[in-house]
Ligand binder design. Structure first.
Ligand code: PLP
Length: 349
């Protein structure tokens, strides 16, 4: 099995003598979304299913490169602030590398699956009485002070790894799509995709670049508002960020690509999450679903021309956050363990 780093080595900063830390990340499926695609208008929508990565989110693409490079430069430990998935991924890759991970997470607002992962992989989990933005400020100053490698997406190796998702999409479609929708939190991923699409264009692997459309939650929409947000709030905890670290890079991606930013309410996010689960069989986490709300709105308002190819990134797996899924679903129908009672339910449906 080829690692992500081996597959795209010529585009990555990894030296030949580096020990590659891999858990078989990348190579995720690009699945047509029949529920949103419009055959009669020739609009094809694909989902890049990043929940299929080893720890269940796209963070693994960046982490394989960031941890490989940290180890190569002599780091004995890594640190990150996280809304959940970065800590899960950092913990797993640190375990694989045999080094310590310190993860700083917000109080209370972390999805259960992600916390379970960080704990099981042996990270030192530090929960602060503050939000992601507070945690980010803390780990940045500690990394400077202690020399522990910082593996948030301000680390350029994270973006280098994450840009490979754009490569895989072009490799699968034979060209770049016309539009790329993705959720935006700390804004590393939209910046990484833009990097990837540009590098593939320059290498002659594609002949166009997509418009980049960044989707945010209404309660955490600094790019839509044009300024940082104090105390961001949303059910989509992975994008509950008010001070995105990759502000300039993400703005550049949007401007150069002639894309735009959108925001959606928690209700719209959860409804998009349920929709793709019920109609396409894909269970993504709430933060991922925001880009599906974006695709649907952009098609409905007529800004997407006929015969467009759209890709959206489903950034993380739905199983990360079972509590939110269960809270928005009808309770199971309870009956006695009796054939007649179960039959009655089935025939009433
Ligand atoms: C990290 C994350 C995001 C946000 O990505 P950024 O690079 O911070 O913009 C979105 N969805 C999920 C599931 C994530 O884990």
């Amino acid at each position: 099995m080829q690692t992500l780093i081996e597959a795209y080595r010529s585009f990555l900063p990894v030296p030949a003598d580096a020990r590659v830390i891999s858990i078989s990340e990348g190579g995720t499926p690009l699945i047509p979304l029949t529920s949103i695609s419009l055959r009669d208008r020739g609009i094809a929508v694909y989902a890049k299913c990043e929940g299929m990565n080893p720890t269940g989110s796209f963070k693994d693409r960046g982490m394989t490169v960031a941890v490989t490079m940290s180890l190569w430069s002599g780091a004995k430990a890594i640190i990150c602030a996280s809304t959940g998935n970065t800590s899960a991924s950092a913990a797993a890759y640190a375990a694989r590398a045999g080094i310590q991970a310190f993860v700083v997470i917000p109080d209370g607002q972390i999805a259960q699956g992600k916390l379970a992962q960080a704990m099981m992989h042996g990270a030192k989990v530090i929960q602060i009485s503050g939000d992601f933005d507070d945690g980010m400020a803390i780990v940045k100053s500690l990394a400077d002070e202690t020399g522990i490698a910082l593996v948030n997406s301000v680390n350029p190796h994270r973006l280098a790894g994450q840009k490979t998702a754009a490569f895989e999409i072009v490799d699968a479609l034979g060209n770049a799509p016309d539009y790329h929708f993705l959720p935006v939190g700390n804004a590393g991923n939209i910046s990484a995709y833009w990097l990837g699409y540009n590098e593939y264009l320059e290498a002659g692997r594609s002949n166009q670049r997509p418009r980049m459309i960044g989707c945010q939650a209404s309660g955490a929409a600094p790019f839509v508002l044009g300024n940082p947000v104090e105390r961001p709030e949303t059910v989509a905890t992975a994008i509950r960020i008010g001070r995105p670290q990759s502000w300039d890079l993400a703005r550049t991606a949007q401007k150069e690509s002639q894309g735009w930013f959108l925001a959606f309410s928690d209700e719209e996010i959860l409804s998009a999450q349920r929709d793709v689960a019920e109609r396409d069989g894909i269970f993504c986490e709430p933060a991922s679903a925001v880009c599906l709300a974006g695709v649907r709105e952009s098609i409905d308002t007529g800004v997407i021309p006929d015969d467009s190819v759209i890709v959206c990134t489903l950034t993380g797996h739905g199983l990360k956050d079972p509590a939110t899924a269960i809270a928005q679903s009808p309770a199971p129908t309870r009956v006695r363990a009796d054939v007649a009672e179960v039959r009655a339910i089935i025939s009433a449906d």
